[in-house]
Design a protein around this ligand. Structure first.
Ligand SMILES: *Cc1c(COP(=O)(O)O)cnc(C)c1O
Length: 362
């Protein structure tokens, strides 16, 4: 079925289904077979699986390209970085997902790549770093500082210099921003987060454009997945597709909650600074009382769960600097809030109580 005229809210529901024959299931099958009868389109499940194809059809359409599912977001990061030739320079934001920056550090130590770190508000430094680079890594908003970059001009600057752009779209989701339309060569998702949305699977994905250049990248990435072999399980993929069915509803509610909470947090006496880019459902809050104060807030909530990760239906919070890989430029008292879909007043009362109590406990 041609789907390009349908709204995203319709496509998340309708794509990745079985052909409509009498008696067919309305959902994609959960196909648990390692091998297939010979002479079909796929002969072994490390190369392909109907459950993967169903998920990839839906996500590919949402991002406007061809999707490949990976065992985790980091599996997708590894595959994307495999596109860099030996010792190629990679331009990466100073604040990016800490697994990505840690992997880049390891690859640099082993001599596989060279890393050029840039602050995303320093346009001049980015353009200088792009000269002779192999890859530009874009994350917007950045994790956890929530800096936003203008993706289109950056991709164009990279392309003019022959630099490949990968855009981690985990925080924004394809409902908010579609980097392929803005000129990115590869879009990356930690499907673990918003796309699956229920904190019950670890999964990743890459999406490439349907152009000749995009198809060539897709082939290399599919080969990486086939030969490196750390592939997604069909059961996880099936759960992710089930979660994806409500992406628009979850993102809509979580975003409305986040916007309201960001507004209320601005006036809270225990809050020093609120970072909220004006869209999405992640808020970064710097609290007074530094690391200890922030830890007391995280430990003091009853509805919000004190846990890492984001993008689930349940609200979560965490002080990011408890992770060693987080750079020193992230304030010690910064809490990252992933706002869920609960009632906003319940969320506010719980957070307000924990914030206030964090000061009394000091
Ligand atoms: C979580 C995350 C990743 C890594 O994904 P996993 O599924 O945990 O492997 C990559 N990028 C961003 C922005 C993330 O939030």
């Amino acid at each position: 079925m041609s789907d390009h005229h349908l709204a995203a809210a319709t496509r998340v529901v309708t794509l990745g289904r079985q052909a409509r024959r009498p008696g067919a299931g309305v959902n994609a099958p959960l196909e648990l077979s390692s091998t297939y009868i010979a002479d079909g389109p796929v002969n072994y499940a490390r190369a392909g699986n109907p459950t993967w194809s169903a998920f990839e059809e839906a996500l590919g359409s949402l991002e406007g390209g061809d999707a490949l599912v990976f065992a985790s977001g980091m599996g997708a990061v590894s595959a994307a970085l495999s596109l860099v030739e030996h010792q190629g320079p990679v331009v990466v934001p100073a604040h990016a997902y800490n697994g990505t920056t840690a992997l880049l550090d390891d690859l640099e130590k082993s001599g596989a790549v060279r890393v050029r770190r840039v602050y995303v508000d320093d346009d001049r430094a980015i353009r200088d770093a792009l000269r002779g680079a192999a890859m530009l890594w874009v994350e917007s908003p950045t994790n956890p500082m929530l800096e936003v970059v203008d993706i289109g001009p950056l991709c164009k600057a990279a392309r003019d210099l022959g630099v490949l752009t990968v855009c981690d779209n985990t925080f924004a989701t394809p409902l908010v921003q579609r980097p392929l339309e803005l000129g990115a060569d590869v879009v990356l998702h930690s499907v673990t987060k918003y796309l699956s949305g229920h904190s019950d699977v670890i999964l990743g994905a890459l999406v490439t454009p349907t152009t000749d250049r995009g198809r060539a990248l897709h082939e290399r990435l599919a080969r990486h997945r086939l030969l490196h072999g750390a592939i997604a399980g069909p059961a996880e993929t099936w759960l992710a597709l089930r979660g994806l069915r409500t992406l628009h509803l979850r993102v809509e509610r979580a975003t409305a909650n986040a916007a309201e909470l960001a507004r209320r947090l601005e006036d809270h006496p225990v809050v020093k600074r609120v970072r909220y880019p004006g869209f999405g459902a992640i808020i970064a809050v710097e609290v007074r009382g530094k690391a200890e104060g922030a830890e007391r807030v995280a430990a003091g909530t009853k509805i919000w769960t004190h846990s890492t990760s984001l993008g689930g239906v349940e609200s979560q919070l965490e002080r990011r600097r408890r992770h060693e890989a987080e750079p020193a430029t992230v304030p010690k008292g910064l809490l990252r809030l992933s706002v869920g879909v609960e009632d906003v007043d319940d969320l506010w009362r719980d957070l307000d109580r924990a914030l206030t109590a964090s000061r009394e406990g000091s």
